[in-house]
Design a protein around this ligand. Structure first.
Ligand code: NAP
Length: 252
């Protein structure tokens, strides 16, 4: 249900990348529930179309857009001539593996998707916002692994640290265009990206190290996402907001 805080979202348009499943689909449903016309983007068009039908059946407005965020030509073709008020730059992959054995192709896949992809889509979306002359809000989905590290996630952690620093750089450059750029840093939220891991003993041990002693739920990101995407966050830009059950302040 729409609350007074986020009423300005009604009638806006948003692009959500990585919306064929997981958190991206959750964010697309959330924005649609607040009256935003949502474009769901990812590589799997059939999954996007089925998500759009579901959103439309619930009374929302949604359309599907096939694109590969890691491919500049794909991003350029998909976003040519389009403009959005809000971008949720969410597409990402995990890519675990010890640094000593990490193949170049695996490094490239993670960094190209998580960091270059965020840049390419932000750049294309900001062009559209600038041409429309209305400004806008960009929310980059980073991770607490952009702030601290764990074993076996060197490429992922480096890519997400890059997203946090990129967020600040873009916020600085684009403030004069009325474009706010912020990062949302989720802690561990159960989705397809990590479900297998959390059913293992190391996964269970990790949960015991979270100060709140549990995984987050997707809906626990809603307040932060809506804050950064709406006029409720009109003076917030270049910020990174962790939503992590206290994981970043866990004891060393
Ligand atoms: P997920 O369930 O695996 O979903 C990832 C999404 O990204 C899918 O829709 C996938 O769609 C899309 N995607 C992947 N590569 C793409 C590409 N090259 N081009 C376009 N779309 C692409 O993962 P999730 O857990 O929802 O994660 C979403 C974001 O939150 C990621 O950036 C992740 O790093 C971040 N995050 C998640 C957690 C967590 O605990 N879940 C914590 C911190 C941060 P297609 O396969 O159809 O392209």
């Amino acid at each position: 249900m729409t609350t007074a805080w986020f009423d300005d979202l009604e009638g806006r348009s948003a692009l959500v990348t990585g919306a064929s499943g997981g958190l991206g689909l959750h964010f697309a449903r959330l924005l649609a529930n607040h009256g935003v016309s949502v474009t769901l983007a990812a590589r799997r068009l059939a999954a996007l179309e089925s998500a759009c039908s579901e959103i439309a059946a619930a009374g929302g407005q949604a359309d599907a857009l096939a694109l590969d965020v890691a491919d500049a030509a794909s991003v350029g073709a998909a976003l040519a001539g389009r403009s959005f008020d809000i971008l949720v730059n969410n597409a990402g992959i995990s890519g675990a593996g010890r640094a000593a054995d990490l193949a170049e192709a695996d490094w490239d896949a993670v960094v190209d998707t998580n960091l270059k992809g965020v840049f390419l889509v932000a750049q294309a979306a900001a062009r559209g916002m600038r041409e429309a002359g209305k400004g806008g809000a960009i929310v980059n989905i980073a991770s607490i692994l952009g702030e601290r590290v764990a074993g076996g996630v060197a490429a992922y952690a480096a890519s997400k640290a890059g997203v946090i620093q990129l967020t600040k750089a873009l916020a600085l450059e684009w403030a004069r265009d009325g474009i706010r750029v912020n990062a949302l840093c989720p802690g561990y939220i159960e989705t397809d990206i990590n479900r297998d891991f959390f059913s293992t003993e190391p996964g269970q041990q990790l949960i015991r190290r979270i100060p709140q002693r549990r995984l987050g739920r997707a809906e626990e990101l809603d307040g932060a996402l809506l804050l950064l995407a709406s006029q409720a966050g009109s003076y917030i830009t270049g910020a990174s907001l962790a939503v992590d059950g206290g994981h970043l302040v866990s004891s060393l």
